[in-house]
Write a protein that binds this ligand. Structure first.
Ligand SMILES: [Zn+2]
Length: 473
């Protein structure tokens, strides 16, 4: 099956291919965090979807050049710094570090570049873009000294979000306090400095001020990826006005199509409700870890639902993720045992290549549920063969290399070389002594104690082996 994705712009599944058939990298731009507080797990759902997308494209042989911006100046970061009584950069720095820590916990591949909006290089670029828009009549400076985009002059405005401008006036979603604008939907490109901004300001042809959020992404993506991006992602929240505005700004300047494929990730709900601090259902990555879950368990829980379907986060779901991963761990342990045995000669029956089914499912707009369905079906069948001693070393190794390939996309394997705690190792030794003395009762008791500590002892040809608790939650 050809690789295809649902393009928000056309609202259709479209076949994916590079615009240029040579092997140039796919240009991917993903809207990153606004670092005014710690990102929540809903934000990370989108970043994990983008990670899955990148990894699958890489599995399919594409090279990816991915840029993720860091929004370190906009209303919320300025307000936060003012309330904390610290300089903007000092305020945002902590959340930037927290973001990278959390991304690492969730095994999200780092982007190639993380441009920050406050970098003078990009501020200069934003000013250039705004000047170009003014000279084309697409932007104007209002009486309040701020510069706005003139949406009536850009006929495609509203095409990504699929609504027309008359709707915009009636929805009341745009605040009426900016009465200097020509149209209620005109958005700020440059915000004139006011006292609340403190010393957060840059010089510009329109007086001191700061960029609007939308122009930041246009400027940074164009500076790093050129006039046209292959794939632009974000959460559904970003569609309007943020991405709509990005299109207007970038295409307004270049006259070229800005993005070939727009992909958006659906919301994350918690216990069926929208996540909100006031509802007490607002979770960050450390909140989930503090409840005893690992980063890979959370990664799996956020990954396993198709990206265009709202994901309902529950603790039950976290436990299911844990159980699924245990099944994978246990399966790998068994396969590795057989794979390590010399000349185990029973020939297992050949079956249709599950690798193809897994990868074909992901080709179909990242159908992760189907892909995982194939994985667990394969695990069931292989376990059956293992139970019946019907698995030879060659087949076991083939399954392991298949796993290695699909895990380059999933990245959910348990940490290897996990240090065995001293207490567990000691119990393991005692148990081995009990076995040598043929004291089976004592041996079984010790196995139970090891299991209670979350470890499992398996007797192999090379002696007993301790593995991370496959049997216990
Ligand atoms: Zn953006």
């Amino acid at each position: 099956m050809a690789l295809r994705f649902f393009n928000t712009y056309s609202r259709e599944l479209e076949e994916f291919g590079p615009s240029d058939p040579s092997t140039r990298p796919i240009k991917m731009y993903t809207c990153g965090p606004t670092i005014y507080s710690r990102a929540h797990i809903g934000n990370f759902r989108a970043y994990i979807f983008e990670d899955l997308l990148q990894r699958h494209l890489e599995l399919r042989g594409y090279k990816i050049h991915r840029v993720m911006n860091i929004t370190d100046v906009e209303d919320k970061t300025i307000r936060g710094a003012r309330e904390a009584g610290v300089p903007l950069q000092k305020f945002t720095e902590q959340f930037k570090h927290a973001f990278f820590d959390d991304a690492q916990t969730l095994r999200i591949k780092p982007a190639d570049e993380y441009p920050a909006a406050t970098n003078q290089r990009y501020i200069d670029r934003m000013i250039e873009l705004i000047s170009a828009l003014i000279s084309k009549g697409l932007a104007y400076q209002a009486d309040d000294k701020s510069v706005y985009f003139r949406i009536n002059k850009f006929p495609d405005y509203g095409k990504l979000a699929h609504f027309d401008l008359t709707q915009l006036q009636s929805t009341g979603r745009v605040k009426h306090d900016e009465y200097d604008k020509e149209h209620i939907g005109d958005f700020a490109l440059w915000k004139a400095w006011d006292e609340e901004d403190g010393n957060v300001k840059w010089a510009s042809p329109w007086g001191p001020g700061r960029p609007g959020w939308h122009i930041e992404c246009s400027a940074m993506s164009m500076a790093l990826l050129g006039d046209q991006i292959d794939i632009h992602c974000g959460g559904v929240d970003n569609i309007f006005p943020h991405h709509e505005a990005e299109i207007a700004q970038s295409e307004g300047v270049t006259g070229k199509k800005f993005v070939r494929y727009w992909l958006h990730c659906a919301h994350l709900l918690v216990d069926g409700q929208k996540m909100a601090k006031s509802l007490g259902n607002f979770y960050t990555v450390p909140d989930v870890v503090a409840k005893g879950y690992t980063g890979r368990e959370l990664r799996y829980a956020l990954l396993r639902v198709h990206y265009r379907v709202p994901l309902n986060f529950t603790w039950q779901g976290m436990n299911e993720a844990r159980e699924s991963l245990m099944r994978i761990d246990e399966w790998l342990t068994r396969l590795r045992e057989v794979a390590g045995m010399p000349h185990r000669g029973v020939r297992s029956p050949q079956r249709a290549d599950p690798a193809l089914q897994f990868e074909n499912a992901l080709d179909d707009d990242l159908n992760i549920s189907a892909a995982l369905g194939f994985l667990f079906e394969s695990i069931r069948e292989t376990n059956r063969a293992l139970d019946q001693n019907d698995m030879d070393t060659v087949s076991a190794n083939a399954w392991l290399s298949w796993w290695k390939r699909i895990n380059s996309v999933l990245d959910v394997e348990a940490e290897t070389d996990l240090a065995i705690p001293h207490e567990v190792a000691q119990l393991g030794d005692e148990r081995e002594n009990a076995r040598r003395e043929r004291n089976w009762k004592r041996s079984d008791e010790l196995r139970e104690r090891i299991s209670a500590l979350g470890w499992e002892v398996r007797d192999t040809k090379d002696g007993p082996k301790l593995t991370r608790g496959a049997k216990r939650a």
